[in-house]
Ligand binder design. Structure first.
Ligand SMILES: Cc1cc2nc3c(=O)[nH]c(=O)nc-3n(C[C@H](O)[C@H](O)[C@H](O)COP(=O)(O)O)c2cc1C
Ligand code: SF4
Length: 679
């Protein structure tokens, strides 16, 4: 253990970092009015408790008012931020973690239609596809103003007692000046590399002047845009050397790629199905070349790879950011020899996709993240009395219920109708690129095994065999089945996306997939149909395509559909399907017009979420003590009031996940955690 490369301390200037793991800047979008209040603080403090050496708070705290928050970023330009940051820093320090903050001007990576409605700007007036704003070209007075803003923001961070700042320079304002892709200027800020980085050097200067020399200042910088029209690795090394030669920067945090479109962003922050640690060697090469403290994060989501990154000398500090969103206690578990208990980051990138849609960061299978006030990351409190708990269904909701109840010390038995655990996750894993999702199931199965949870597979559960166990509590986690009965006529002639994914139907040559859900099952089935070489049209009644799938997760599907020539039709509604010989005729209308059209086709697949499998629940409801009632008022607050309605009842009864209604994995697991942590 004492030789573990990850546990070796690292010194940067005067600052002692107690190990080599850091959380790189990421905006969880928990800010309230631009301030890091309780939710924000508790999120970072939990990770400090978990043993992280350095937490880089904020993603892109904005230094100027004409950098409106793109995803609820912190307002580093306001003095009122100081006491909030002071509180975070102080509490993280109590656990030995160091706390820095990333500051930035977002440039064109934001939108003007919010906060102060100021026009946004960039080196030159070219639009960023991801945020869809047209920036103006930064004028001389903008540049002067922003240089000062950086200095003032850094000063506020020092006042808050923070351990350092990181200047963001990839995809934002500063590097828009560096890159030939975005800087077309003819003035002293365009042309040669010296000219293009002169604004950044003035910013560094301004920051140093305001914080002095005894404060850590680093830069997260793109060292190769991996883009025909952008900065090359040679450019990146040249820029890095010039920045280091100022003697005003203490570390570089290396990025490879550009982020102006979703596909490009996924190469910088790889999602599920993409290679692990794709830029680690690159960061190592930069380190070798410039011989300077190097930080880096990009899908280093397991401890073995992180160890290798340090042991091989490629990095000085290794960022495991999403890994800590999934499990905030990684170092603690290493130290306690519980590495096998680390909740795996499965790369679903639900966390990041949500912030780009104006929602807060949540982990697909850790509902305690971002809810530290009420939800535990680890179940440490044992129940006062051991109860017999019967759970029906071993999908994500059922297994989470089993895990949490077993950790509370209860006697848990699970009935599962099929021969394996996983429920709908088994279908998801039929797609190679999403195979890591099985980690959600395996992690829970492993814990259940250690805690002697009995799982009875191949058991079609009845009320009788549940009651024969004499349970104190019954939890119904039976999930759902595809809902395809949604057409005016001909639902009996269509198949479900599950049929396609599970291989229960032959895929024909000429297929319509009607996706009236807009989530993953439709895309997964469509991809399988396209991969088979069939002609495919996906029809959606919505205004946008696949609205439940975030921008980053959409990338591989979009690529596949374009390459395979899949037709996508939006704003049309499938009405009827009729037989015509051995073919089908579909009638297609729209919510927007009375016009209908007909098409002849070989096969129709329908996706409309699931309907709950809830017979058992309703059979058990009458004789339960609570008659199925869940006290929403207390559950929302994180406590739990067990309802006693029926004095003749024998057990409490709860229903979780898709057995209630068609939702997602996070909702299913959260249902179980918030009930079971109190049982
Ligand atoms: C929710 C979320 C928000 C992020 N916001 C920022 C940001 O504002 N600035 C930044 O430099 N990186 C941001 N990132 C990128 C991370 O710092 C990191 O580079 C990325 O997640 C890859 O590392 P990982 O694979 O260890 O998660 C964000 C990541 C996530 C998950
Ligand atoms: S949502 Fe997925 S990628 Fe994000 S932290 Fe959780 S497991 Fe990792």
């Amino acid at each position: 253990m004492k030789n573990d490369p990850l546990l070796q301390p690292y010194k940067i200037k005067h600052l002692e970092l107690k190990n080599r793991l850091m959380i790189s800047a990421h905006e969880p979008s928990y800010a309230e009015d631009g301030m890091p209040k309780d939710r924000y603080r508790l999120y970072h403090v939990e990770r400090a408790k978990g043993g992280i050496a350095l937490t880089m708070t904020a993603g892109s705290a904005v230094v100027s008012q004409d950098s409106p928050p793109a995803y609820n970023n912190l307002h580093a330009y306001k003095d009122e931020i100081v006491p909030w940051l002071k509180k975070i820093t102080k509490e993280c320090h109590e656990y030995g973690a160091k706390v820095m903050i990333q500051i930035t001007h977002l440039g064109r990576r934001t939108n003007w239609s919010q906060y102060d409605w100021l026009p946004i700007l960039s080196a030159s007036p070219s639009r960023e596809a991801a945020h869809r704003s047209f920036p103006k070209e930064a004028e001389d007075w903008d540049i002067d103003r922003i240089i000062k803003d950086y200095g003032s923001a850094a000063q506020r961070m020092k006042e808050a007692g923070m351990d350092g700042v990181e200047i963001e320079a990839y995809g934002h304002l500063l590097d828009s000046f560096w890159s030939p892709a975005t800087n077309k200027r003819k003035d002293k800020f365009g042309g040669s590399i010296e000219n293009r980085i002169s604004f950044s050097l003035k910013v560094i200067d301004s920051i140093r002047k305001s914080v002095g020399n005894d404060f850590v200042v680093g830069m997260r910088m793109v060292a190769d845009e991996d883009w025909k029209i952008g900065l090359s690795k040679e450019d990146g090394i040249q820029i890095a050397k010039k920045i280091i030669s100022t003697n005003k920067i203490d570390f570089l945090n290396i990025i490879r790629g550009h982020i102006d479109t979703d596909p490009a962003l996924t190469k910088v922050i790889p999602i599920q199905g993409m290679a692990s640690a794709p830029h680690l060697d690159f960061a190592g090469e930069i380190k070798k070349e410039i011989k300077f403290p190097i930080f880096h994060a990009s899908k280093i989501n397991d401890v073995a790879t992180a160890r290798h990154a340090i042991a091989s000398g490629k990095l000085d500090m290794v960022g495991m950011t999403r890994a800590h969103i999934a499990d905030p206690h990684i170092i603690k578990k290493i130290l306690e020899k519980r590495e096998d208990n680390i909740r795996p980051c499965v790369g679903a990138t639900y966390c990041l996709d949500r912030i780009y849609e104006g929602k807060e960061t949540l982990c697909i299978h850790n509902p305690a993240t971002g809810r530290e006030k009420n939800m535990p990351h680890e179940i440490t409190l044992k129940a006062k009395a051991t109860k017999k708990i019967v759970i029906v269904g071993a999908g994500p909701a059922g297994l989470e219920a089993a895990r949490v109840c077993a950790e509370r010390g209860h006697n848990v038995i699970v009935f599962e109708a099929t021969n394996s655990a996983g429920g709908q996750i088994n279908l998801i894993c039929r797609s190679n690129k999403r195979k890591d999702m099985i980690g959600i199931i395996d992690w829970r199965l492993e814990i259940c095994k250690k805690l002697n949870v009995k799982i009875n597979y191949n058991t079609l559960t009845t009320v009788e065999n549940i009651l024969s166990e004499k349970p104190n509590i019954v939890i119904i986690a039976t999930g759902g089945i595809p809902n395809i009965e949604i057409l005016e006529e001909g639902s009996n002639l269509v198949s479900s996306t599950w049929d396609v994914i599970a291989g229960n139907v032959n895929i024909e040559d000429d297929v319509i997939l009607y996706d009236d859900n807009g989530s993953f099952p439709g895309l997964q089935a469509a991809e399988m149909i396209a991969n088979k070489g069939s002609k495919l049209e996906i029809i959606s009644p919505e205004r946008f395509f696949s609205p439940e799938v975030g921008g980053m997760n959409y990338v591989p599907y979009a690529r596949n559909f374009i390459e395979k020539g899949v037709n996508i039709t939006i704003s049309k509604r499938l009405k009827k399907v009729k037989k015509s010989g051995n073919r089908l005729v579909v009638s297609i209308g729209s919510d927007y017009s009375n016009k209908t059209e007909s098409k002849e086709i070989s096969q129709v697949i329908v996706e409309h979420g699931t309907i709950p499998v809830d017979e058992l629940y309703f059979q058990l409801k009458k004789n339960s003590i609570n008659e199925g009632v869940v006290d929403y008022k207390t559950i929302i607050k994180g406590s739990f009031n067990e309802i006693n309605k029926n004095s003749k009842g024998n057990y409490h009864l709860y229903r979780v996940g898709d057995a209630i209604s068609s939702r997602n994995i996070h909702a299913a697991i959260y249902d179980s955690l918030r009930i079971c942590k109190n049982l």
